[in-house]
Design a protein around this ligand. Structure first.
Ligand SMILES: C[S@@+](CC[C@H](N)C(=O)[O-])C[C@H]1O[C@@H](n2cnc3c(N)ncnc32)[C@H](O)[C@@H]1O
Length: 719
């Protein structure tokens, strides 16, 4: 991790006096190289240590350079000023050391005048040759930032934005004469052979570099085609699908061997989720090589993705079965046609239904634009950030879907508008913008929501990912959809009927029962105050009432806590009468603190925990009538319309299978609703009300489909 400049008081004052000044003493070349070699020695002793990712610090944010290295004034290293962004300037330096690889790559560099300094390059993807900054290469840094590194006389040129540094080709005339090495190899064949060697050694970034030089030095078009083919294949391995596709198409000669070019182009288009294009390329490949079983297989995969895209045809059970900790990126596409992005009255853009949807229907299915296989919560965010930066660098055609997302207001400068455009052959990538987009738009995802709802699954292992379509959804505490995950596939289902043209909402995080508390969280994490029907309704209740409810809730929680709550908030063990009476009394008190004029039709979220607890406590005592009483209350408190429970006729006429479509639009669907329905089914069964019991089980299964994304037997959530 790079040292964040001047964090402690002494350092702050030490550096602030020098901002805009040259450093008091510049270390000599010998001193810099000696210290650097010490780091390298340590690195060699622990070569397999995991590589940290540098997290951007938003308060220090600055925009990426949008200028070409040819349009900035080249300055000597001796002109660098402390804690200064040298706008309109650039440096051209030769790397004179092996890199030290930590959160970035740190090297010693020299300019044409013999000035020497330290250069730290962060945020280069693994497939970039600059992630390893080879000794001897010449780089240009645009609008460099010279940073105090926290120790005496320790300064470095710090490159956060990957597009601010450019690897210069050996023959580039911009390189000053004294830094020119001349090409290491002369002929195209030599470069191609060097590329092949690097490929065999699996050093793919170097292979791409060598093939590029081979193309630049090729004498005729005929010798270019096979080099393009090789570079296309290497870029495919690196996941650089844009370039792979362009290379594959450039390798076409009009002859019968073109099947390979079409095949590679098809694979690259598939990697970019352009399934119509991939299908077309595979078709052409098959026309030239009808016996290619590999091509046929790829062609069929494209057809399957197109079917998913068009009709939402998924075999979710098979997808779930294919999931494993190693295989989280499922070979499936997205189905998005039932919603579209449009302006929202709540904020910016939102998602809107393009057709009428029934409760339980699929709203959309989306394959993650980006989701690293990293379920360790402490690493998940950094892994997603690194992947986003890498993707933007490597597949500019995908950049727009990410860059157009809402970045929040934390970055202290406006977008330049040049983000994603190609300058000096690479897309402009602003890492601070990327981080803003990540924090406001990513979701946490379990490996499988289905597994996650089972009591045996340990909680808390979540990856972070970006689903750019879903990211357009605004939040509501009483949303009309809910999301679930199968690996990197997000499934969104309607939790009630949705009219054509209606905005669809989701919960950003599980909703806290207290209106003030949850809104603090929204403000802190997403910068908004929720104006959903529930929040607006609850705000009509006087602050003094809320305070009273909070007091009682604390007392209830304390009383409930005396017994261990189960996975779904219920009491697991046999609970003494006195405890039940105490919780019962407090729950009643809490209920009375919900004014009918405010809460008549609103969910009463604070009551859910005690009612769940009472369901569990009475279930443990086989007190079925009480299980029914509190089970119905749980549903009521989530905002569903249910009978009060004391009128047998009303209960007999009740069809719980309709609660999702016939409860109005202020209900909240969660796994606890499924649990309550199952508890009701069990209690009604014991009470001899078979028909109601059966309906409750069906309603639970129906609800469980919303929760898990596909049809599953809800009995798996039982202990
Ligand atoms: C993932 S984005 C949602 C899409 C966003 N509306 C857009 O224009 O791209 C998250 C941001 O949307 C805004 N937002 C989401 N739900 C909201 C709501 N209910 N009310 C106001 N703003 C909301 C917040 O600014 C939040 O940081």
């Amino acid at each position: 991790m790079a040292v964040v400049a001047a964090q402690n008081g002494t350092e702050t004052s030490a550096v602030s006096g020098r901002v805009g000044q040259p450093p008091p003493r510049k270390l000599s070349k010998e001193e810099l190289v000696k210290t650097h070699k010490g780091y390298l020695k340590k690195q060699n002793l622990s070569p397999d240590a995991p590589r940290p990712v540098k997290q951007p610090v938003l308060s220090e944010a600055y925009p990426a350079s949008t200028k070409s290295i040819r349009d900035v004034e080249i300055m000597p290293l001796s002109d660098l000023r402390v804690e200064t962004h040298h706008r309109g300037k650039g440096i051209i330096v030769k790397v004179i050391s092996m890199p030290f690889i930590g959160a970035g790559a740190v090297s010693i560099v020299e300019d044409e005048f013999g000035n020497v300094d330290k250069l730290a390059i962060y945020n280069q993807g693994d497939s970039s040759i600059l992630s390893g900054v080879p000794e001897g290469c010449v780089v240009g840094v645009k609008e460099p930032y010279y940073k105090y590194n926290g120790a005496e006389n320790d300064y470095m040129i710090c490159v956060d934005h990957p597009s601010d540094v450019i690897l210069l080709r050996f023959a580039d005339p911009i390189i000053p004469e004294s830094l020119q090495l001349g090409p290491l190899l002369k002929t195209s064949l030599e470069w191609r052979t060097a590329g092949d060697t690097a490929f065999i050694e699996r050093d793919y970034p170097t292979a791409v570099f060598c093939y590029t030089e081979a193309l630049e030095t090729a004498e005729d078009d005929a010798s270019e085609a096979p080099i393009y083919t090789k570079r296309a294949g290497t870029n495919l391995i690196l996941g650089r699908y844009d370039t792979a596709k362009a290379d594959a198409l450039a390798s076409l000669t009009g002859g019968s061997s073109d099947w390979r070019g079409y095949y590679n182009a098809g694979k690259a288009a598939y990697g970019l989720c352009e399934y119509k294009t991939s299908k077309e390329h595979f078709e052409k490949a098959l026309q030239l090589n009808s016996k290619g079983s590999g091509i046929q297989k790829e062609y069929e995969r494209s057809l399957a993705r197109l079917r998913e895209e068009e009709h939402g045809e998924y075999d979710f059970a098979a997808m779930a079965a294919s999931l494993s900790p190693q295989n989280v990126h499922l070979d499936n596409g997205s189905f998005l046609g039932r919603t579209r992005v449009a302006e929202s009255k709540h904020h910016g853009r939102g998602l809107f239904a393009t057709q009428e949807l029934k409760a339980g229907d699929i709203v959309f299915v989306e394959k993650a634009t980006l989701m690293p296989n990293q379920y360790e919560p402490a690493r998940a965010s950094a892994a997603l950030y690194a992947m986003m930066v890498r993707q933007l660098c490597e597949n500019p055609s995908l950049a727009q879907s990410v860059l157009s997302l809402y970045p929040g207001k934390d970055t202290p400068y406006e977008r330049t508008g040049a983000e994603g455009t190609i300058v000096d052959g690479v897309p402009v990538v602003d890492v601070f913008l990327v981080e803003g987009i990540r924090t406001k738009n990513c979701f946490s995802a379990p490996l499988s929501t289905l597994e996650d709802t089972k009591p045996t699954t340990p909680a808390g292992r979540l990856a972070k990912g970006l689903w750019t379509h879903a990211a357009h959804m605004n939040h509501s505490c009483v949303p009309n959809t809910m999301r679930s995950f199968l690996g990197d596939i997000l499934i969104s289902r309607a939790t009630r009927d949705v009219a054509e043209g209606e905005e669809v909402f989701q919960q950003y995080v599980p909703v806290s029962s207290r209106v003030d508390e949850r809104n603090l969280q929204y403000k802190h994490s997403w910068g908004f105050e929720c104006r959903c029907t529930l929040c607006e309704g609850e705000r009509r209740s006087p602050a003094a009432m809320l305070e009273k409810r909070k007091e009682v809730l604390i007392a209830v929680e304390k009383a409930c806590d005396k017994r261990l709550p189960g996975r779904h908030g219920e009491s697991e063990k046999f609970v003494p009468d006195a405890a039940i009476r105490s919780v019962d009394r407090l729950a009643k008190q809490l209920e009375d603190l919900h004014e009918p004029e405010v809460y008549d039709k609103l969910p009463r979220l604070m009551l859910i925990y005690p009612c769940n607890w009472l369901v569990g406590a009475h279930r443990g005592r086989k007190n079925h009538a009480k299980v029914v009483k509190y089970g119905l209350k749980v549903l009521r408190n989530f905002g569903f319309r249910v009978p009060a429970g004391d009128d047998d006729k009303e209960v007999a006429a009740w069809d719980p299978r309709n609660i999702f479509s016939k409860s109005g639009n202020i209900s909240l669907m969660t796994i606890h609703v499924v649990v309550a329905l199952r508890r009701l089914a069990e209690a009604y069964q014991a009470l001899g009300q078979q028909e109601t019991s059966k309906r409750c089980t069906e309603a639970a299964d129906f609800g469980y489909q919303m929760v898990t994304g596909f049809k599953n037997d809800s009995s798996v959530i039982e202990k």
